[in-house]
Design a protein around this ligand. Structure first.
Ligand SMILES: [Zn+2]
Length: 173
C-alpha cells in the first residue's frame, strides 16, 4: 500500500493535477501559471503497441507506443497550449506554447504525433476552430500542417512535411 501511494505521487510533476475534465474523462490541469516554453511533462516510453490505439502515441510511420501516465492523460485540443518534441527516453516532451493560467487544462493536438487519428470521434475541445473530430497530420490542409509544424510536431512528421514542401517548391520552379 505504501509503495503504491509513493508510486502514484511520483506520477505527478509539481504544479500539475489530474482532475475530471468535463465530458472527457480525466485531464491534466495546471495548479500555477506556466510560462511559455516551459517543459511541462516528460513522456517516457513504456512499451510498444502492435497497432494504433486510442491511447497510443505514434513515433514513426509504423511505430505506436505507450507513454507513461501523465503524458497519456493529457487531452486533445484543436487549439492546444502544449507542443511536443521527441526526447531521449523514446517518447515526447510537452512544452508550453504560450502562458498557461492556473486552473487551465493542459492540452496538445493529437495531429502533432498521429499521421492518422482514431482517438476522438467527436471533439469536445470547444475552441472556435475545432475540427469536430481528431484528424491526423497528413489529412490536414496544408495551411494547418504549416501552423502545427511551426508549433512543434513529431520528428518523423516534421521530416515528411519538409520533404513534401521541398517537392512542391521544386515542382513550381
Ligand atoms: Zn476540437
Amino acid at each position: 500500500m505504501t509503495s503504491t501511494l509513493a508510486h502514484s505521487s511520483q506520477l505527478l510533476l509539481p504544479g500539475l493535477d489530474i482532475r475530471t475534465a468535463r465530458g472527457k474523462g480525466r485531464g491534466v490541469f495546471a495548479l500555477y501559471q506556466i510560462s511559455p516554453e516551459t517543459l511541462v511533462v516528460v513522456g517516457k516510453f513504456v512499451k510498444l503497441f502492435p497497432d494504433r490505439t486510442s491511447h497510443s502515441f505514434q513515433m514513426g510511420w509504423n511505430r505506436h507506443v505507450k507513454l507513461d501516465k501523465v503524458a497519456e492523460i493529457i487531452n486533445h485540443s484543436c487549439d492546444p497550449n502544449l507542443r511536443i518534441c521527441n526526447n531521449s527516453l523514446g517518447g515526447y516532451n510537452f512544452h508550453a506554447i504560450r502562458t498557461i493560467e492556473a486552473g487551465e487544462e493542459l492540452t496538445w493536438d493529437y495531429a502533432m504525433s498521429e499521421s492518422q487519428s482514431i482517438a476522438v470521434e467527436k471533439c469536445l475541445c470547444g475552441v472556435p476552430q475545432c475540427r469536430g473530430k481528431s484528424v491526423g497530420f497528413t489529412d490536414l490542409p496544408l495551411e494547418e500542417q504549416q501552423i502545427l509544424h511551426s508549433k512543434g510536431v513529431a520528428r518523423y512528421l516534421s521530416e515528411w512535411y519538409i520533404q513534401q514542401l521541398t517537392q512542391t517548391i521544386l515542382r513550381q520552379s
